[in-house]
Design a protein around this ligand. Sequence first.
Ligand code: NDP
Ligand code: 2IT
Length: 444
Amino acid sequence: MSYVDEVIARVKEKNPGQPEFHQTIDEVLESLRPVIERDEEKYRKMALLERLTEPERQIKFRVPWIDDNGQVQVNCGYRVQFNSAIGPYKGGLRFHPSVNIGILKFLGFEQIFKNSLTGLPIGGGKGGSDFDPKGKSDMEVMRFCQSFMTELFRHVGADTDVPAGDIGVGGREIGYMYGQYKRLTNKYESVLTGKGLSYGGSLARTQATGYGLLYFTRALLKLNGIDIAGKTCLVSGSGNVAIYAIEKAYQMGAKPVTCSDSNGWVYDPEGIDLEALKEIKEVNRARLTEYKNYRPNAEYHEGKGVWTVKADIALPCATQNELNLDDAKALVANGVIAVCEGANMPSTLEATKYLQENKVVFGPAKAANAGGVATSALEMSQNAERLSWTFEEVDEKLCGIMENIVANIDAAAKEYGMDGDYVAGANIAGFKKVLDAMEAQGIV
Ligand code: NDP
Ligand code: 2IT
């Protein structure tokens, strides 16, 4: 059996009941096959893939907190420190009831290659909790965040591991965690990114993932001879990534017509009303059912359905495996030109394959959504030099990073004879720097 197949089988056997982790292992190791097979015996001997697929450290801890009724609640906290070959661990914290170790390992593994693609010195990690911030008061969220950090603080630090936001973790949660870290350590350091602007945050970090996704999409389309202006876009999700993807799509002359949350979805043929969406989600923390109060002519549907609308570009920005084979078939039948992933692993392996086989330009998550973490790294740089750059400076750097990623994944795909396969291109381009650093640092 080839070394790659052996390791895929072994990882699945050693990590039962973790389907999302298996999925990313399948996708990434399959892409790396041509690189590994150039020198298979050497890599087998140094157990390169076994080391790459085993997190350097996994931390799991109890998070007790007291709700507004005086009842004690207990959640699980995690941090997966996956790979520090090219820099301190870096990656978000997710607060969602579905969080478990398998999901965090999938996210942490993806993060290794994504962070490498940014060209900045950051390793891969991910963490979070099964805590559900939905419906909790600000004080409940604060007590949870303080308890979470009361354990996590021993494992993180500006040069060790720098968490940030992800699903369910935004500016409010980062603020509460930062305050507690500072109180516990007596250090004012860049231990978290996505901080508020008054205490070390970077301009444009809030917008970065969504804006970056559109810079990426525009450049990838251009490479394929297509102009993004005038195109209709399907967006899923209505959180941080979706909102700023919609904002930048408008700025590029495209028209986003959908968005969704975990209850339902909106189709607004005139284009999503961005101000209404921001008020509903960012200010009121409410549900999308409210959208019709702002736009009576828009449609609201319960359940899932964004991918059934006819459009040119699809931008999944909610969560993993939200775009399956049936969705891919519906998109292709409706003539979609491109799918670029704002969320992490939103397309199933079958959906990705179907889209690629049908000549849809496919921009994989670890390349397309790298703008968030890239700007987090820019926040770390600003904190290190104790300076703040202007919005324009950060935004310009972000745009340059995303355009570079497009060029690098295209070149890597071509180098290995897979022209236009940006999934393979992203995995290979991200892997090469990590491989080089791991080889140089010996068996650790
Ligand atoms: P938010 O919490 O701000 O928003 C998440 C959105 O996705 C909400 O609309 C939410 O709906 C929806 N959603 C979440 N889980 C589900 C689910 N199981 N089923 C249906 N809808 C769901 O998170 P972000 O916008 O930050 O993150 C969105 C995606 O982007 C995630 O995959 C994340 O990993 C990825 N990402 C985020 C980055 C960042 O900088 N924030 C960077 C790179 C990637 P509801 O409110 O109803 O739950
Ligand atoms: O998935 C991701 O890249 C993020 N949630 C952002 C991570 C970060 O450290 O900014």
